[in-house]
Design a protein around this ligand. Structure first.
Ligand code: C2E
Ligand code: MG
Ligand code: MG
Ligand code: MG
Length: 292
């Protein structure tokens, strides 16, 4: 009897596992079709200097315009293809699309650097650097500094030597790097020094909690000091309220990205947003004087 139950349990588990594997396979195939059918779109979220109002660029953020389920955020579909080769195909589409959009804006007289999030598996491809260079060459108006790649700090730390060498190779033809969600990866000064990333993007959890948690404030101040010491730029993500912006400016942060500035928007909404955006009056001239 016990043996029987054990067997059944094994059988049930196995069937569930089998269903899960098949379900996952179907989800991946559905995403492959979606890519072929043009169901993915890029939204763009501005990055600004919160005191001067200068718009320093936009981050491309992928969305899935699903025919039945509506507009889906990355959290709803990127996990499906994590570590799957399809993530490379999607990443290449995102890069090509973002560069085309950059070029379209440039042709309309709007020079707006774009940032693209790069998946670890994509960055690990042996031909990543060559393919990126070829893609950039297809877009002659893209100059050094116009394309920035955002790499998760946690991914960079998994394979320091490789990521650092890819960054170095890409910087040779003008591509900049940001370390995304910075502060979540337990990186030390020793590690930071290896990455030729010009920008640190402090993770939005620190900004979100700084009003309640003095330790998060301390981390924000510490990372700012780190950025200054290592001559890196630093941007705060998740500037959700005017108060967040004021506090960050008072601390010495200049660059910000978040809902209090703009939500991610379709490309066609960007020109009108650029025309209308002004920093909140309470944000102006709030920054602490920075040493030269
Ligand atoms: P991320 O690169 O850290 O992007 C910032 C995320 O924070 C975006 O979410 C953005 O919409 C959201 N956000 C911006 N400002 C605020 C704010 O003030 N408050 C709050 N609560 N959230 C804010 P999204 O678009 O859902 O993307 C989530 C993550 O998915 C991204 O985090 C990035 O890691 C990944 N992702 C997005 N697009 C791509 C892509 O094209 N390729 C890859 N590999 N990953 C992507
Ligand atoms: Mg990002
Ligand atoms: Mg981030
Ligand atoms: Mg994030």
């Amino acid at each position: 009897q016990a043996k029987q139950a054990g067997k059944n349990r094994f059988y049930v588990f196995d069937a569930e596992h089998d269903r899960a594997v098949r379900g996952h396979h179907e989800s991946v195939e559905r995403m492959r079709d979606a890519l072929a059918n043009g169901e993915f779109v890029l939204y763009y979220q501005p990055k600004v200097n919160m005191s001067t109002g200068e718009v320093v660029g936009v981050e491309a953020l992928v969305r899935w315009q699903h025919p039945e389920r509506g507009l889906l955020a990355p959290a709803a579909f990127l996990p499906t293809i994590q570590q799957h080769p399809l993530a490379i195909d999607l990443g290449e589409w995102v890069l090509a699309q973002a560069l085309s959009q950059f070029e379209a804006w440039a042709n309309a007289g709007i020079r707006l650097p774009v940032s693209v999030n790069i998946d670890a598996i994509h960055l690990q491809q042996a031909d990543f650097v060559e393919r990126l260079r070829a893609e950039i060459e297809r877009h002659p108006s893209v100059a050094p500094g116009d394309l920035e790649l955002e790499v998760l700090e946690t991914n960079a730390l998994e394979d320091i030597a490789h990521v650092a060498s890819v960054m170095k190779a890409c910087r040779a033809f003008g591509v900049e790097f940001a370390l995304d969600d910075f502060g979540t990866g337990y990186s030390s000064l020793t590690y930071l020094r290896h990455f030729p990333a010009t920008m640190l993007k402090i993770d939005r959890s620190f900004v979100r909690d700084m009003l309640d948690d003095p330790e998060d404030l301390t981390i924000l101040e510490g990372v700012l000091g780190l950025a200054v010491a290592f001559r890196r730029d630093i941007i705060a993500e998740g500037v959700e309220t005017l108060l967040h912006g004021r506090m960050l400016l008072a601390m010495g942060y200049q660059l910000g990205q978040g809902y209090a500035i703009a939500r991610p928007m379709p490309a066609k909404a960007v020109p009108a947003w650029l025309e209308s955006w002004r920093p909140d009056p309470t944000w102006r001239h709030r920054q602490r004087a920075q040493p030269e």
